[in-house]
Design a binder for this molecule. Structure first.
Ligand code: G3I
Length: 337
């Protein structure tokens, strides 16, 4: 049946979402979005840098249009994100004279920000990535150092959840991170979230971003992470799924002359197998997984076209550059295994 989309195949399992920007809301892309998905996450529109660029200035235009689109078409909205070390304008950390703010001022600024943003979309955004990527990339470190922690200390992490809960007690509040299925990172995320839960902080779920590749994760790392997080009794959302056809590289760099960037049959075979494995694990853990969101709609545009290698095309999604279903799509909706 051609009129069935991902959301229909997965109706008994979990909502299927996609990250959106302005271009996703009209034309062919909007058509595909509505055919296949029943949940959306603004890719950048609700980040501090975009929505709150200056102290007395909120920029609601894009976020409002995304939320209105969702309301009109009865889509769920996952809000992204309230406390993060990236895409934060400097004004948060500086007073009017340009000197660093005190802890109290920073907490007040964060509270005002969260109260205003969460309050505006109360009842319309059902889940928030409250805290994003707070664990350090170095396995020997625990929390990532940031201006937030430097000025306000670790307690700011719990405060973000408290501020959000106070303004919208019905919203589901998430801790969201990447590489969450790698054992060393998994244990640090577990430790952070367990501490929040034990301290009585209002947190309802863990967001596993799922920026994966044809080389990772392994089935066992993925299953062990799901078991470990599920033991905390929280909801699990896959929040930013994509499957890069290249190995993840450590450093940002430019494309090298002659470097090939095509979805060859060999790469596509690997990607099909990886997507098949991932969704069969998702179905197996359906009692814990309550949402799966892709990070971008189709291979026409992905953030991975610019990262970690500038100007190298990637093909990480289930729809090709013509917005047609790829072979991997048919494996994802085939429940034989
Ligand atoms: O807004 C400017 C625009 O004016 C300018 O013309 C353009 C030129 O490159 O840049 C635009 O800003 C870019 C912005 O995306 C909007 O496209 C930024 O340079 C770019 O850094 C930014 O990247 C976003 C990235 O987060 C920022 O760290 C990606 O789109 C977005 O997909 C990505 O998403 C993150 C999640 O929020 C958290 N998890 C990881 C994920 C991937 O990095």
């Amino acid at each position: 049946n051609n009129t069935k989309g991902l959301k229909d195949y997965y109706q008994e399992f979990f909502p299927i979402g996609v990250a959106v920007n302005g271009r996703s809301l009209a034309g062919q892309e909007a058509h595909l979005l509505l055919q296949e998905f029943n949940s959306i996450t603004p890719e950048n529109a609700m980040k501090m840098e975009v929505i709150h660029p200056r102290k007395l200035e909120y920029n609601w235009a894009l976020a409002d249009s995304i939320v209105a689109f969702a309301q009109k078409n009865r889509l769920r909205v996952r809000g992204h994100t309230l406390l993060w070390h990236e895409q934060v304008p400097d004004w948060f950390f500086l007073d009017d004279q340009g000197a660093p703010v005190t802890k109290d001022t920073l907490l007040k600024r964060l509270k005002d920000h969260i109260t205003t943003v969460v309050g505006r979309y109360k009842g319309k955004v059902y889940a928030w990535d409250v805290l994003n990527e707070a664990i350090d990339d170095n396995p020997k470190q625990f929390l990532r150092q940031s201006k937030w922690l430097e000025i306000a200390g670790e307690e700011i992490l719990a405060k973000a959840f408290e501020y959000a809960h106070e303004v919208d007690p019905d919203a589901l509040l998430f801790y969201n991170d990447y590489n969450s299925e790698r054992p060393e990172k998994r244990e640090r995320i577990y430790r952070l979230v367990k501490k929040l839960v034990d301290d009585g902080v209002p947190i309802h779920g863990i967001g596993l971003q799922g920026h994966w590749s044809i080389f990772e994760p392994s089935t066992s790392d993925l299953e062990q992470a799901l078991e470990r997080y599920a033991s905390l009794g929280l909801q699990l959302h896959f929040t930013e799924l994509d499957v890069s056809v290249y190995p993840w590289e450590k450093e940002r760099r430019r494309k090298r002359p002659g470097e090939i960037d095509a979805l060859t049959p060999a790469l596509e075979e690997k990607q099909i197998a990886q997507y098949e494995m991932i969704f069969s694990v998702f179905r197996k853990y359906k009692s814990h997984i309550t949402s799966v969101t892709f990070w971008n709609l189709s291979d026409r545009y992905s953030w991975l076209d610019h990262y970690p290698v500038q100007g190298r095309k990637n093909y990480p999604l289930l729809f090709d550059r013509n917005l047609e279903r790829k072979k991997a799509y048919y494996k994802v909706v085939d429940f034989k295994n």
